[in-house]
Structure formats: C-alpha cells, structure tokens
Write a protein of this length. Structure first.
Length: 255
C-alpha cells in the first residue's frame, strides 16, 4: 500500500476510466487497475504464443500459484482456494453442489441478489426443497458489525459514510444503514416526487448516465427510490456533490 498515490483525483490515473465521467458503481462492475490489465495482457500473450502448451502445461499450474499467493491474504491453504469469475458464480457452484430433498428449506432474504435468487429457485424446483424468503428491516439501524482495517478499506468505508451523509443532507432524506453496517457502498433515499416503481428508478438511472455521465444504480425499495453509491480510491467529494445536485434538478423538473 505504501506506493499508492493520494486517494481521490490522483488515484484515478491508476485506472482507465473515461475523463469527465462520474463512476459510482464499482460495487456492480469494478474498474480494473492498469497494472492488472497489463499483467493480464502478458498472460494472454503467453496463451496466444503456443495455445496447446499453455492449456496443457501452464494454465492449471499458474492457477494454483495464484491460489497459493491469494491464500496467504485469506488465512487459508492454497488447496482450499477455488478460482471463479465472480461472487454470483461462486454461490451458484456451491448451491448446485449441495444435495437438497423435499422438506429442506433454503433461506434467502428480500434483498438477495436476483441472480442468486434465481439459482435458489432453480435448485429448489428440482429438489423439492422450499425457498423461505425473510424480509429484512430497511433502513437498518443495528450497529453490531465492523468494517475492515486496511488502508484502502478504511478509506472507502469513511468515504461511503461521508457520501451518505452529504447526499442525505442535500436531499433531506436518510441512509439505508448506519456507519457500523456500511462497507464501501451506501444506499441513500432519493427525495420524494421521483417515483416509487422500479421502472421509474431505471429511467432515472438512464437519464443520469446519458445526460450527465453519472453511473449510479437507482432501485425501488421500501416505498421510495434509493441510490447505491460505491466508494473507491478514485472517488471524489465533488462527484458525490454532482450526483446530489443532478438528483435535485431531476426533482425540480418532475414537479
């Protein structure tokens, strides 16, 4: 971490993000650092240089070396690390590896990611298991968990909390969780008057992206529209304030 630049605008040069774009959706699709894409390119070059040799001799050993290096950060053995493309694929693999039978119950909640819900329903429909969906209180107010302690996580956590405070104050609304339940993303209720349905949320998101180059998820939840803001080392307070103002303009135009 010692070689990282100051967070905010200086850190943006580590990524390939478009100039002038406000990217607040790292939680869905993260931008890859330039150093990582260069390393990826080197592996692609090795593959293309001799595809058969790479797939037969280098690919799997390379994965295990990566797993061993990653395991040290996770506090586990390299043999227990399996590489997957994303968290959704990981959950899918685990669910489909388990044996369910009639009478079993699979517990999810009303905020479970839709792709995971779909897998749960598919598994249940073929095994006879029952899907049990629990409604979680939202906004949440219990403060009984903690966040990470390393430099990047701590920075992103603090920035997410500050972003929630600034947006909620600007919009006269509330955040979806207290600081102790916030990681690097925070959900903030939009001001009334912008709709309550998911179709309205998607349309607002489209306008923010197409007209203002602000990439941020908007979803209908708990009787209102909510913005989910992801904090990353390149995120700036000015970008949060730009989102706040853009939503206020949308609200005035909707009146």
């Amino acid at each position: 971490m010692a070689d990282l630049p100051a967070f905010g605008a200086p850190a943006r040069r580590l990524f390939q993000l478009e100039d002038g774009a406000i990217y607040l959706n790292h939680g869905s699709y993260g931008a890859t650092p330039k150093a990582v894409t260069l390393a990826q390119r080197r592996w692609q070059d090795r593959l293309e240089a001799e595809p058969s040799r790479f797939m037969e001799r280098e690919f799997r050993p390379g994965l295990r070396v990566a797993a061993e290096r990653l395991s040290a950060h996770l506090g586990v053995t390299g043999r227990s690390v399996a590489m997957v493309e994303n968290a959704t694929q990981a959950v899918n693999a685990i669910l489909r590896s388990l044996s369910f039978k009639p009478g079993d119950e699979i517990l999810i909640n009303d905020q479970t990611y839709n792709a995971v819900k779909n897998t749960v329903r598919w598994v249940a429909s073929r095994s006879g298991a029952k899907v049990v969906e629990v409604a979680l209180p939202f906004p949440a107010f219990s403060e009984d968990s903690v966040v990470g302690i390393d430099r990047v996580r701590q920075h992103n956590h603090q920035l997410a909390v500050e972003a929630g405070r600034r947006l909620a104050e600007a919009w006269g609304t509330e955040v979806g969780s207290p600081a102790a339940l916030t990681g690097s993303m925070i959900t903030v209720r939009l001001p009334d008057g912008l709709g309550t349905a998911q179709a309205q949320a998607l349309e607002l998101r489209r306008r923010l992206l197409d007209e203002r180059r602000i990439q941020v998820p908007i979803n209908a939840l708990a009787g209102g529209l909510w913005a989910r803001v992801s904090a990353q080392i390149y995120t700036q307070h000015s970008e949060i304030d730009a989102l706040a103002e853009a939503v206020l303009v949308e609200r005035r135009n909707a009146a």
